[in-house]
Ligand binder design. Structure first.
Ligand SMILES: [Zn+2]
Length: 429
């Protein structure tokens, strides 16, 4: 005789990332993940083998339900989850060795994407449960295993960014399914997390599980989806892994790296609805929104190279430009003085007057505005996405002049004067 069996519950995770804990509270449901329910029947001397029933997707509240018409013998259930959707897949990595392939990236071990990453989150055998036909509500199932729990946080964090880009519009979306591996141990051990934009796969090192690294790396995929040019981005390994020369050989590498730092914190601010201004751990900048002081912005260059023409060869020069474009009170910024607060003087950052404007330039562009500088805008005669050849001050500010509302040649000149590491040259401009 056949009877109806139903197994249901909700899947949730307690956050590991302090940023998610601050934004969402201690615990969140895992929405949109795959849930597989398997059953086994009691047989004369124990239990039969597990047979998968159905795989379903959790709803917005993390809920799932699987029903079957089955015989009335005693059964046990187990529940497994998979972090997979049409947009995102999270995998447990293994060691990859850094031999570089023809595209400039490490040759990855090709993993089977179909059936390797299920995490068991509940099993009746652990409590010797014997169930009869009917409805079995397993209640809230917490994902507690260390890696699966961290995957839960990556799932929540990355889906928020994927949703944010969809909210911005179809031009802004990630163009391929994001696949990220954690933990990815990489040999030699001194190497760092990196993203291979060609196959859309990120690799996060075990000791770099933090929101800053996760969002910086994800930004590399977004950049790659919205620019053309340089493919061989093996420089990421050098850039992420160790100290490097301050004045670099190209302008596009410091541009893409600096933009990944800038976008990471802007993504955090946006997905938290403005409640988080900076990363709570591993923050690369003390004041991520604030323009640099004039002495700091050129400080990465040798004294004889410290001029505007060299600044776009440095990450600091690019980061300084992004903050000038977006800082809300730009007209109160004096780059020739240092920022001071209750903790004292911060010589990296420019002074901000509390009430009185010190010059006329106001910009205050949004994160979305800055992202738009990557995109085509036919109405402004920009018919293609940014190329790596345009990732220098002159070409990038030309795009800004044409794309950003209210921007003009006078303002571009004023921006350059704020960035110029030489005060005399800035005053003369
Ligand atoms: Zn990077």
């Amino acid at each position: 005789m056949s009877e109806k069996w139903t197994v249901k519950g909700t899947i949730a995770v307690d956050h590991v990332l302090p940023e998610l804990d601050a934004m969402l509270g201690t615990r969140s449901p895992l929405a949109g993940i795959q849930v597989k329910v398997s059953a086994r029947s009691k047989i004369p001397f124990g239990w039969g083998t597990w047979a998968a029933w159905d795989t379903v997707t959790t709803g917005a509240n993390g809920a799932f339900s699987v029903s079957k018409e089955k015989g009335s013998d005693r059964r046990q259930f187990k529940v497994e989850i998979l972090y997979d959707s049409s947009k995102l897949r999270i995998k447990e990595g293994k060691e990859t060795s850094l031999s570089i392939g023809g595209n400039g990236f490490p040759i990855d071990i090709d993993f089977d994407l179909t059936d390797k990453d299920w995490h068991e989150v509940h099993s009746d055998k652990d409590d010797d449960e014997e169930r009869r036909a009917g409805v079995h509500d397993l209640g809230e199932i917490l994902v507690t295993a260390s890696v699966a729990r961290k995957h839960g946080d990556i799932w929540i964090l990355y889906n928020k960014v994927i949703d944010l880009m969809e909210d911005y519009g179809t031009e802004y979306i990630f163009k391929k399914k994001v696949v990220v591996k954690y933990p990815m141990s990489i040999s030699p051990a001194a190497s760092s997390s990196y993203w291979n934009p060609i196959d859309g796969r990120g690799h996060i090192k075990e000791d770099q599980f933090n929101a800053y690294t996760l969002l910086h790396e994800l930004t590399h995929q977004w950049e790659y989806d919205h620019c053309t040019g340089e493919n061989g981005m093996a420089w990421q390994l050098v850039k992420h892994g160790s100290t490097h020369q301050q004045r670099e050989n190209t302008t596009f590498v410091p541009f893409l790296e600096s933009f990944a730092d800038f976008a990471a914190v802007k993504m955090l601010q946006e997905i938290s609805g403005g409640s988080l201004k900076n990363f709570l751990q591993a923050a690369p900048y003390l004041k991520p929104d604030q323009p640099f002081s004039r002495t700091h912005i050129g400080g990465a260059l040798e004294p004889e190279e410290r001029n505007l023409a060299n600044l776009d060869y440095t990450e600091r020069g690019w980061y300084g430009l992004f903050t000038v474009l977006t800082f809300a009170y730009l007209d109160r910024v004096d780059v020739d003085r240092f920022f001071t607060d209750v903790d004292g003087e911060h010589r990296d950052y420019a002074f901000v007057s509390l009430f009185t404007p010190v010059h006329d330039l106001k910009l205050g562009f949004s994160f979305k505005d800055v992202l738009s500088l990557f995109l085509a805008k036919p109405s402004a005669d920009i018919d293609r996405v940014i190329t790596t050849q345009e990732m220098n001050y002159r070409a990038f500010l030309d795009r800004a002049d044409r794309i950003l509302p209210g921007m003009d040649a006078t303002k571009v000149k004023a921006v350059k004067a704020l960035l110029n590491p030489k005060a005399e040259a800035a005053a003369a401009a």
